[in-house]
Design a protein around this ligand. Sequence first.
Ligand SMILES: Nc1ncnc2c1ncn2[C@@H]1O[C@H](COP(=O)(O)OP(=O)(O)OP(=O)(O)O)[C@@H](O)[C@H]1O
Ligand SMILES: [Mg+2]
Length: 296
Amino acid sequence: MYNAFFGFDENPFSLSPDPAFLYRSQQHEEALANLIYGVQSRKGFIVLTGEVGTGKTTMLECLRDYLDAQRIEFAFVFNSRLTPKQFFELVAYDLDLRCDRTSKTEVLIALNDLLLQQAHQGRTTVLIVDEAHNLDWEVLEEIRMLGNLENRRGKLIQIVLAGQPELDRKLDAPNLRQLKQRIVLRFSIEPFTEEQTTEYITSRLAKAGLPEQAVFTGDVLSEIHLRSQGIPRVINAMCDNLLLTAFAMETRIATVEMLDEVCLDMRLEWPGARRVRGRGRSTGEYEDVSTYTPGD
Ligand SMILES: Nc1ncnc2c1ncn2[C@@H]1O[C@H](COP(=O)(O)OP(=O)(O)OP(=O)(O)O)[C@@H](O)[C@H]1O
Ligand SMILES: [Mg+2]
């Protein structure tokens, strides 16, 4: 809506996990390098965790691009609230297995054939499961067994599990001891530091067509970091609303007052919120807006 007004080619703060807008923070860079290394090394399970909205799916989308470019076969399971039967059906569908996809036995036979055929050509195959913290124990157990498939040169299928921090806790459960032992890489994505938040916003604006941005001043950038707690999805929502507010007021410069309004509308809560809000109000009173916390 405001793109033409600010001179953007496209929306700089869309909420989709689009690799075209990737900001390579050190940890995102490391996460991607780990994912690629883990897949190439053919050792088995890789686990990526991070709080809500920190960029896990974005990393998986980057991995998907890499696998596509390398012509490595993969299945991407993004809906993790599945029964074992639905799980096998999805895997069969994604890998285009020619069999009765509703029969677990047939899927396993066809999958094994594909894995061996790929291995014969010197290629590996990858299973990516997003939102893996939601997986049922039964499905996790099936995934563990898929991880057992190997030939003498290594595992036939590399398995990437990504999810919220509950996933780490789930994998520590005694009944998943065997799966835990097979995890070769386990790493997490943390929220941005203040410097990274600024670089992130600047990078997204540049990618959208504004290389020398003057919309967000230093003060506003600091406040965005404080209030978003460095979580990319919250930063995007804040910046998008802020641009919309500035556009409505016909100005190309965002202010902290506009940000106050945006945070109120988003019902956002952040450390020190009461102090900051109280400061601007003549009565010193504070409206309780404690319903939205970054990371929820
Ligand atoms: N390094 C990054 N570069 C560019 N955009 C990013 C980056 N990290 C996160 N984002 C953006 O932040 C938003 C949330 O990212 P994403 O959906 O990947 O988070 P998530 O960790 O998968 O969240 P959830 O836990 O809800 O699944 C998206 O709009 C995404 O584009
Ligand atoms: Mg996600």
